[in-house]
Design a protein around this ligand. Structure first.
Ligand SMILES: [Zn+2]
Length: 548
C-alpha cells in the first residue's frame, strides 16, 4: 500500500464517483451534445469529489474513444497521458500557493493563448480559487470574458462566497454535496475487497461517521486501519486507530445533568478542556448520543443502543434511562441546539457549554418530569402488594406533614406524582424494603451507601427508623443534612411517605452481624469479610490506616 488509497482508487470513470449524480449527469449530457462551457465553478466541502470530477471532465473532453454514457476510455493516448500526469494540456494550479496576479498572467493567461499541444482542449483546473488576490481575479476575469475556443477553465473552491460575483457570473456553477455515510460505507467496502482484506462492517460504519461526508478523510482513515494487517480487522483492533469514542464521557455528563449536579458538571467541562477535547465537536457528538438514547426510549429495543455502544455501556444506559423521561432527553437536546450559536464565539471556549449545563441542571424537568410539590398530593394510590395485611394504620398512612426537623422547605421538594404507599409493618417488614432503598442510595451517592453499610436498622416504629452505627465516623457522615435528605427521598420514593430517621451509636453491635442483619442481597459480596478487613476498609475510606 505504498500509494495512498485515495490516489490509488481515484475514480477513472464518472460511474465510479460516489454520489454527485446531478453533476455527473449534466456534464455527461454536455459532452454528448457537444455543448461544453468555457468555465465551470465547482463548489462544495472538501473531499466531495471536485478535483476528481474536474480531472474526469478534462479526460472525457479529450478522449479519442469515448465509451458508453460518454465515459473516457482510459486507454487512448490522451487518456493515458492524463492518467500518468504527462499531458501538457491539462494544467492544474493550486491557487493557495499562487495567489498573485503575476502567477495568473504567467501560468494562465499567457499559456491559454497557445493552442493545445496535442489535445482538443487545454483544460485549466484552478484549485482553491478563492485564494487568488483581487488583481489576480481581475486578470482571470479578462480571459473568462473572451475565452479562447480551445480552452476550458474549471475553478474549484470550498468557499464560493469569497469568489467575486463577476467571476461566478461567467461560470457554470455546480454545488457538490457531502457524501452520505451509507454511500461512504459502500465505497469503503469496495476498496477493502479490492485490497483483498476483510474489515468488520461496524468499523467501516465508524470510519464513515468520523469522516463526516468527506471521501478523502474516510479513505485515509481506512488506510490506517488496513495498515494493522491481518486477515480480518475487528472492531476491537480498529480502536487502536480510530478516534476515541467519547460515549462513556457522554454517559457521565448525561447522568450529571439528570442529577442536577451543577458543580460536578462544571468540573467535567474543565476536565474536558484539560484533556484537549474540542468542546464544540464534543457537544455535537453529545447531541448524537442523546439522540440514540431518545430512540431507545421510544423503541425500547436494546439493539438501538448496541449498534454504537459496548455491552457495559448499554447496561448502564438502560439503567439510567429507566429513570428518565423522553421529554427530559428532548429538553436537553433542544437546549443544546438552541445554544448552538453561542458555541461559535471565540471568547472563552468553555463558556457556552458551561452556561448550557448550568441551565440544564437548573431545569425542573431535569430530575423527574411528573412531579409536583409535596403539598399537592391528594391522589395517593392504594397500597400495592402490602407486606403486612394490617390496615390499622391506613389513616396514618395518608400523607400528612410530618413533625420533622432538618427538613428541606416543602415547596422546594419534589416527589413522583404516582407514588405508592407501602405498609411495611414492623422492623421485619421494613427490612424487606431497606435493601431496595439502599440500592437507590447507592446509585445517587456511593460514599453514603458505603457508610450505611456500617449501620443496622434497629427499630421501625410509627414511621421512625432508628439506625445503629458501630463508628462515629459513619454516623456523622450519614447524619449530615445532605445525606439525610438523600436517605429520606429514597425512603419516600419506596415507602410512599416521610420517614423520620434517627442515628445512634450502638455499643452492642459487632462488625460480624452487619451484613447478615441488613439483607443487602447481592451487595453482600462487596462487604468486608472479617472485622479486621472492615476496619481496614473504613480506615482507607477515610484516608487513614490501621495502627496497633
Ligand atoms: Zn480515451
Amino acid at each position: 500500500m505504498s500509494v495512498a488509497l485515495y490516489r490509488k482508487y481515484r475514480p477513472k470513470n464518472f460511474s465510479d464517483v460516489t454520489n454527485q449524480n446531478h453533476i455527473k449527469i449534466t456534464l455527461q449530457h454536455e459532452i454528448e451534445s457537444n455543448h461544453l462551457g468555457h468555465a465551470y465553478l465547482f463548489c462544495g466541502p472538501r473531499g466531495t469529489g471536485k478535483t476528481t470530477l474536474a480531472r474526469l471532465l478534462a479526460k472525457a473532453v479529450n478522449c479519442l474513444d469515448l465509451k458508453n454514457n460518454y465515459e473516457p476510455c482510459n486507454e487512448c493516448d490522451s487518456c493515458k497521458e492524463i492518467l500518468e500526469h504527462r499531458s501538457l494540456d491539462i494544467i492544474e494550479i493550486d491557487a493557495a500557493s499562487h495567489t498573485g496576479v503575476d502567477n495568473v498572467r504567467e501560468n494562465i493567461i499567457n499559456n491559454a493563448r497557445f493552442t493545445p499541444a496535442k489535445s482538443k482542449y487545454k483544460v485549466f483546473i484552478i484549485d482553491e480559487v478563492h485564494m487568488l488576490s483581487i488583481s489576480a481575479f481581475n486578470a482571470l476575469l479578462k480571459v473568462l470574458e473572451e475565452p479562447p475556443k480551445h480552452v476550458i477553465f474549471i475553478l474549484a473552491t470550498t468557499e464560493a462566497h469569497k469568489i467575486p460575483a463577476t467571476i461566478i457570473s461567467r461560470c457554470q456553477r455546480f454545488d457538490f454535496k457531502k457524501i452520505f455515510a451509507k454511500d461512504l460505507v459502500t465505497r469503503l467496502r469496495w476498496i477493502v475487497s479490492q485490497e483483498g482484506m476483510e474489515v468488520e462492517e461496524s468499523v467501516l460504519e465508524q470510519i464513515a461517521k468520523h469522516a463526516g461526508g468527506c471521501v478523502r478523510d474516510a479513505e485515509s482513515l481506512l488506510e490506517q486501519v488496513l495498515s494493522l494487517g491481518g486477515q480480518k480487522i475487528t472492531a476491537e483492533q480498529a480502536t487502536l486507530i480510530l478516534p476515541r469514542s467519547d460515549h462513556n464521557l457522554f454517559y457521565e455528563l448525561f447522568s450529571l445533568i439528570l442529577n442536577k449536579q451543577k458543580a460536578e458538571a462544571l468540573g467535567f467541562v474543565n476536565k474536558l478542556l484539560e484533556d484537549g477535547i474540542d468542546l464544540n465537536q464534543f457537544t455535537d457528538n453529545f447531541i448524537e448520543f442523546l439522540r440514540q438514547l431518545l430512540i431507545y426510549k421510544v423503541t425500547n429495543n436494546p439493539h438501538d443502543l448496541a449498534r454504537d455502544f459496548d455491552d457495559n455501556l448499554v447496561t448502564r444506559c438502560i439503567a439510567v434511562l429507566a429513570k428518565a423521561e423522553e421529554t427530559q432527553i428532548i429538553n436537553i437536546i433542544s437546549k443544546l441546539l438552541a445554544n448552538k450559536d453561542l458555541f461559535k464565539q471565540n471568547y472563552l471556549v468553555q463558556l457556552p457549554l458551561e452556561i448550557t449545563l448550568i441551565e440544564l441542571c437548573s431545569l425542573k424537568i431535569a430530575v423527574l418530569t411528573s412531579v409536583k410539590p409535596v403539598t399537592a398530593l391528594p391522589s395517593i394510590k392504594p397500597p400495592i402488594n402490602p407486606v403486612s395485611v394490617s390496615t390499622q394504620k391506613d389513616e396514618a398512612i395518608v400523607f400528612a406533614p410530618v413533625h420533622e426537623i432538618n427538613e428541606v422547605p416543602i415547596a422546594e421538594k419534589q416527589v413522583v406524582e404516582e407514588i405508592v404507599i407501602r405498609e411495611v409493618g414492623d422492623l421485619i417488614g421494613f427490612l424487606n424494603f431497606w435493601h431496595v432503598v439502599l440500592k437507590e442510595i447507592k446509585e445517587q451517592n456511593y460514599s453514603l451507601f458505603m457508610s450505611l453499610h456500617m449501620s443496622k436498622p434497629l427499630s421501625f416504629v410509627d414511621d421512625k427508623l432508628v439506625l445503629g452505627f458501630l463508628f462515629e465516623l459513619q454516623r456523622t457522615r450519614v447524619d449530615d443534612l445532605k445525606s439525610m435528605n438523600i436517605i429520606k427521598e429514597a425512603l419516600l420514593k419506596h415507602l410512599g411517605r416521610k420517614i423520620v430517621v434517627e442515628t445512634i451509636i450502638d455499643s452492642k453491635l459487632t462488625l460480624a452481624d452487619l451484613p447478615k442483619s441488613t439483607n443487602f442481597d447481592n451487595q453482600v459480596a462487596a462487604l468486608p469479610k472479617t472485622p479486621e478487613e472492615a476496619v481496614s476498609d473504613v480506615a482507607s475510606e477515610f484516608g487513614g490506616q490501621v495502627v496497633g
